[in-house]
Structures are given as C-alpha cells and as structure tokens.
Design a protein around this ligand. Sequence first.
Ligand SMILES: Cc1cc2nc3c(=O)[nH]c(=O)nc-3n(C[C@H](O)[C@H](O)[C@H](O)COP(=O)(O)O)c2cc1C
Length: 229
Amino acid sequence: MTGHLQRVLLLIGSPRGSQSTSASLGSYLLSEMEKQGAETGVINLYQYMKSDVGRNDLMDAVNQADILVFVSPLYIDCLPAPVIAALEMIRDRRMVAQPPWRQRLIALVNSGFPEPEQNTTALAIYKQFAKEAEFGWAGGLAFAPGAVINGKPLGDAGFVARNARKSLEIAAGALARGGPVPSGAVKLADKPLVPIWMFLLNANRSWKHQVKDPAVWKEMEKRPFRKTN
Ligand SMILES: Cc1cc2nc3c(=O)[nH]c(=O)nc-3n(C[C@H](O)[C@H](O)[C@H](O)COP(=O)(O)O)c2cc1C
C-alpha cells in the first residue's frame, strides 16, 4: 500500500503482558513494520477486557487500525479465555458498525511444546474470527516452543530466535506491501527454536529438578481421581 501510512495495532493476549513471549514476538513484528513506515500501537487484552471503559477503548483502537496483530500463548490447545471474550466482543460490535476501509488481521501464537502443529486449532480460531468479524485474513504464524524465548526481546534472544526473527521480518515486508504472510515466513516460524531432542533433555531435567522439592513430591503422589472402593 504505497503512499498510505499504515496503522498497526498489536493486541497482546497473555496475562504476562509486556513480560510475555507474546509481547517479544509482537513487538519485533511491530518494530519491523515501523521500519516500513507504519504507525503502531499496543493493547494489553487482559487489561482492557476488565472494564467497560477498557472494552470501549479497545474497540476504538481496533476501529482506527489498518492491520491488527493478535498475539497470544497457546492454552490447553486453545486461546486464553479473555482473548476469546475479546474476539467475540469485537465480532459482535462490528456486526453493528465498522470502519468503511478494509482492515486486515494477522495472528501469532506461541506454545510450550516444541511441535508447531500444537497451534493449529488456535490459528484456525483466529481465521474463523477474521471471517465472522469481516477482517481480511493475512495469515497466521505458530512459534514453538515459546518458552525458549521466555519474554526476552527477540533482538536479545540470540541464535535460538534467528528463525523467528527472520519469519517476522518476511511477514512485516509482505504486510507492508499489502500482501498476506508468505509461506516462507510460515515455514521459518514452524522450525523448532531448538532441536526437539535438546528441548526434551532440558524439559525432563527441569521436571526432575522441580520434583526434588518435598512439597511438589507430595502432590505428585496424589491420585484424586482414583477409585478407592
Ligand atoms: C494455563 C496454561 C495452559 C497451557 N497450555 C498449553 C498447551 O496446551 N500446549 C502447549 O504447547 N503449551 C501450553 N502452555 C504453555 C504456553 O503456551 C507457553 O509457556 C507460552 O510460551 C507462554 O507464552 P506467553 O509468555 O506469551 O504467555 C500453557 C501454559 C499455561 C499457563
């Protein structure tokens, strides 16, 4: 979209807010879009969904944007409840009134487990939302495992975040040209940030370490759903 200053709104859907991996990924995309001349804004969905004033402000911000960037963690193969509530609210209000220009949406999801396909359902929810709320679907990116980034700014996250950075750079370029997220960006995002064997080694080590705490061990022994009779 040459000659038009794009307004990009980042909607962070993690309770960890600016400390989250969601924020790391979203902020990196935003800074790349700023390089392309975009004007940007950030909203913390958890915060804004708490009150009527917040929900109205959220809607005002959505109505001023050209591109919405939704970014959230994966929770139980799905999206966090306040994110779903926000999607439903935005859809319902847009059925009453919406800006006359075409608005587009891109979704980023990050998960704890290392397989990118864990995020398929969550991305499908965003795609369905785009359809129902009448946004142009610009595509989705799944980053796994987000825990490796753990809220660090992507620029400081070193080698492990190289594919994530590259993916977001490609996505930003495509969005600035008015196109959807190219498959090259999707493939780079899909690459595990660390090899799966390394992830499992570290994850197992960490679980075993946590279990050394007697309080945790006691919980481990509990079998609340086991029938006793
Ligand atoms: C309540 C809860 C549920 C989660 N469910 C999943 C899940 O189903 N699959 C998965 O891969 N990771 C799951 N995770 C891990 C998060 O997706 C992961 O830690 C993510 O990087 C957090 O991102 P954030 O920093 O943006 O909040 C879950 C985490 C929490 C707290």
